[in-house]
Design a protein around this ligand. Structure first.
Ligand code: NAP
Ligand code: MG
Length: 523
């Protein structure tokens, strides 16, 4: 075990430079190795044992080549979930009393091994969810960051807490874990967010039942294998792949679940929040719900912005990973004086997008996650046409081999139009023209969400106003609205984007802890 004094300050895991041929060929080798091992077999993991699921099996397929099965997963049912909760309760007694240093060591060890095998984790995401090399590498780097960061945070939260000293007493405040939580992550950061929502509470001393997203059980099980390898005690992290409405819902309603750590859509998040509000039979607490939900994120480009930079950054934020990031730019708000100039530079970039299987380094855009996601996006495109928005790029499927959608741009979009208001989670950008800074701010804030946003401009007074007036949990100035780094950019949004939590922040572990005051009379 590392002693506390040997633990270096947290630094972000660097991204791999794929322009180096050495790195590129190492990644190609990992892709080949992964591809030849597909489909991977995924099993449940409960009380330290791999097992089959009561609901049979299900498959995850490569969205960019749908004939390829990536994972063949056991499917848990309600009984499996019940067993997992019961086992996690048993494990909690011992786990919750371990020192933070002891618990953190499992995370540090997992981070070290993941770093050594990072290409293998990334390669799996290329096939299972359609991430480009850089996007997959970013996901793995963030997972490593979460492990490293939350391990250090567990140590910090355990330290002596400052209290007002009064005569005649010795007072102490300790942060203790809550109990058994449900981790319900999305498929779009299938490693990073899954690791974050499950392992932060575990670092804090809780036990977790993890139900991975049904589109990404393969990468989830790679992480479970890693935690087995580092010897995490049985029952601390229970793994129950299965459907959201079945296994997920049972966990949410279970009276012995103390808290739910969810990241996903607003629709599902709202349902979870409501159901968790009911106190079940024998339940002796009110559940905590941490829900990180959707976004309809903006980039507001003012009249004095650096257009070339804004164009590049908008392109990356709108179309990186097919626009399937909660932070993706889907509302592009342009000052009228630069609107045409911006579009003249932006559209050629969009047209030049390389679309194809993400295992090939040259491809920037791969397929959307599944058929229904693609159909939702196509429906949004139809709504935009009906509303009279002007289609200036894309709008159609790009290949029948998978769920490919062309990078799509509509101009002339009004503030109340469907594609300006609804999260499509797709490579679709709605361009809205404004006459002034004030109108731009109003348009940017005209949303039920409040996750990320960017302001591009040079005037210091306007920047100062933008910082105050733009209402987004993650607001960026003169840079894109995607690409938050653990520790540097604590992440999470306002309003319908969630419960105002910040992943990768100093506050985060507190969401899974409760404070116990011990006051002792000196005589
Ligand atoms: P989703 O459909 O809401 O699913 C998220 C998770 O919830 C999955 O594990 C899903 O399981 C589960 N689930 C579904 N129905 C459930 C129910 N009734 N009870 C309990 N669990 C249930 O979201 P997604 O499609 O995976 O991810 C995309 C969404 O996530 C977007 O809206 C995006 O903006 C949001 N997101 C937000 C953040 C953030 O930090 N704010 C980050 C990433 C993504 P199944 O897979 O089995 O359905
Ligand atoms: Mg979904």
């Amino acid at each position: 075990m590392q002693t506390t004094s040997e633990i270096t300050p947290f630094v972000n895991e660097p991204f791999v430079d794929f322009s180096s041929e050495e790195n590129a060929s190492a990644f190609r080798a990992a892709l080949e190795k992964t591809e030849s091992s597909l489909p991977v077999i995924v099993r449940l993991h409960i009380d330290g044992e791999d097992c089959d699921g009561g609901a049979g099996t299900f498959e995850s397929t490569d969205p960019s080549m749908v004939s390829r099965v990536v994972a063949n997963s056991a499917k848990g049912n309600k009984e499996d979930a019940l067993r997992a909760v019961a086992g996690a309760h048993k494990a909690f007694g011992e786990w919750s009393r371990r020192s933070a240093a002891d618990r953190a060591e499992y995370l540090f060890k997992a981070a070290r091994i993941m770093r050594l095998r990072k290409h293998e984790f990334s390669a799996m995401m290329v096939y299972e969810v359609g991430k480009s090399w850089a996007e997959a590498d970013g996901d793995t780097a963030e997972a490593i960051d979460f492990l490293e960061f939350y391990a250090r945070e567990a140590l910090r939260w355990e330290r002596e807490q400052p209290l007002t000293r009064i005569p005649g007493e010795s007072n102490e405040l300790h942060y203790i874990p809550l109990g058994v939580g449900a981790a319900i992550p999305p498929w779009n950061f299938p490693l990073a967010i899954m690791v974050g929502v499950a392992m932060a509470p575990i670092a804090a001393g809780n036990c977790m039942v993890l139900k991975p997203a049904s589109d990404s059980p393969g990468i989830a099980s790679m992480f479970i294998d890693l935690m087995k390898e580092v010897g995490l005690p049985a029952g601390v992290l229970q793994f129950v792949p299965g459907s959201g409405s079945d296994v997920g819902n049972l966990l949410v309603e279970h009276p012995q679940i103390r808290f739910i750590n969810f990241t996903g859509s607003m629709e599902v998040g709202k349902g979870i929040y409501e159901k968790a509000g009911k106190t079940g039979e024998g339940q002796i607490w009110l559940k905590r719900v941490i829900a990180e939900m959707g976004g309809k994120d903006f980039m507001l480009i003012d009249e004095d912005a650096d257009i070339d930079k804004a164009v590049q950054q908008t392109y990356a934020a709108a179309f990186g990973f097919q626009g399937q990031k909660c932070s993706a730019c889907s509302r592009l708000i342009l000052h009228e004086s630069i609107h045409d100039q911006f579009m003249e530079k932006f559209l050629p970039l969009v047209e030049a997008t390389t679309v194809g299987h993400p295992s090939e380094q040259k491809n920037f855009l791969a397929a959307m996650i599944n058929e229904s996601a693609m159909n939702d996006a196509l429906k949004g495109i139809e709504e935009a046409k009906k509303a009279g928005n002007t289609l200036v790029a894309g709008g159609e499927r790009a290949s029948e081999e998978g769920w490919y959608l062309q990078p799509t741009v509509f101009t002339g979009v009004g503030r109340n139009d469907y594609i300006f208001q609804t999260e499509l989670f797709a490579p679709v950008v709605a361009v809205h023209k404004v006459q002034s800074f004030e109108e731009g701010v109003e348009a940017a804030n005209d949303t039920i969400f409040g996750l990320t946003g960017s302001y591009f401009g040079k005037d210091e007074d306007k920047i100062a106003r933008a910082k105050i007036e733009l209402h987004a949990g993650n607001l960026y100035i003169n840079r894109k609205c995607t690409g938050a780094l653990v520790g540097a950019h604590p992440f999470g949004g306002f309003n319908m984007s969630g419960t105002d939590s910040k992943a990768g922040s100093r506050d985060y572990l507190g969401l899974f802890l409760q404070a116990k005051l011990v006051s002792r009379a000196n005589k």
